[in-house]
Design a protein around this ligand. Structure first.
Ligand code: BJW
Length: 250
């Protein structure tokens, strides 16, 4: 391993060990090594093959609910077949070690929870849940023989419980995420292009409040020039090394 990377791992490990409060924001990159596609990567990202305007807005769903439902059903199958990777597991371990810890994710795949993370703040919902398009009530029990299924309470279409472009984020989740970013002393931004708002504002809120911000990403992002540590690495490789360097003896 390059010696500069080893030096950074040690510095980040010390920063984490000394932190009284850690907040983490994850994006699609943390699940990439589980085989879940990201959104904006040039060759493999979902938005390189599909148009967000046709699939990830309320207007798209009104226009063609079957197309949108089927696309999410395909993605749900991929997520259900995937397993959490070493990056997810390292974050669950970090939660066990840290004095105060909040994990904020933009991901809708539930892989953090399956890796053992508790109390995850889901900013963009969860693909594995569905809700009524009209009443926005999450329901687990509905007849799946129609595409899309109908709400058993009011007959409207069911839709995935995710946040589409132009929709507000869940109020409680956003408030908790902002509070975590504003009160932490270390903030990790992992595997996100940091382009989608309001999530992209969170590391800046942490910086404004004096936190050390560490970015871990395969590539440079819009956030990179602003942070104290910007590390080019795969999350599933780097995060276990960082957590092991911080708490080596167990
Ligand atoms: C690795 C790696 C490895 C790979 N290790 N790294 C102009 C017009 C219209 C709207 C707006 C506008 N300007 C701003 C807005 C608001 C809009 C927005 O931000 N748009 C921007 C794109 C400009 N935001 C919204 O609309 C939000 N709502 C809102 O603001 O409400 C108020 C409002 C209403 C109306 C107008 C304006 C404001 C809602 C945003 C909802 C986002 N929804 C999605 C889809 C969720 C459901 C689904 O899954 O289908 O959320 S879009 C998609 O992007 C998904 C993600 O959570 C989100 C973020 O993506 P993420 O996670 O960063 O993924 P990528 O692919 O971008 O990046 C992956 C990174 O990982 C890369 O950098 C890789 O290098 C890296 N990587 N492998 C480490 N192994």
């Amino acid at each position: 391993m390059a010696s500069y990377l080893q030096a950074h791992i040690e510095q980040i490990a010390i920063t984490l060990r000394n932190a009284s409060s850690i907040a983490v924001l994850t994006g699609a990159g943390i699940s990439a090594e589980s085989g879940v596609p990201t959104f904006r990567e040039a060759q493999s990202g979902l938005w390189s093959r599909f148009r967000a305007e046709d699939l990830a807005t309320p207007e798209a769903f009104i226009r063609d609910p079957k197309l949108v439902w089927d696309w999410y059903a395909w993605r749900r199958q991929r997520v259900q077949a995937a397993e959490p990777n070493a990056g997810h597991v390292a974050l669950a371990r970090l939660q066990d070690k840290a004095a105060r810890f909040r994990l904020i994710t933009q991901n809708v795949d539930g892989l953090h929870q399956r890796a053992g993370s508790g109390d995850v703040i889901e900013l963009h919902g969860n693909l594995l849940r569905s809700k009524c398009f009209d009443e926005a009530i999450v329901l687990a029990d509905f007849d799946e023989s129609h595409t899309p299924p109908r709400c058993p309470r009011c007959g409207a279409h069911m839709r995935p419980d995710v946040v589409w472009f132009g929709e507000s984020l869940p109020v409680d989740a956003l408030e908790e995420a902002v509070a975590a970013a504003q009160s932490c002393d270390v903030f990790l931004s992992i595997g996100t292009s940091a382009l989608v708002y309001p999530a992209a504002q969170l590391p800046h809120a942490a910086l404004t409040n004096g936190a050390t911000v560490v970015e871990i990403n395969k590539e440079a992002t819009a956030l990179s020039p602003h942070v104290q540590f910007s590390i080019r690495a795969l999350a599933g490789e780097l995060m276990p090394m960082v957590v092991r360097a911080a708490w080596p003896d167990d």
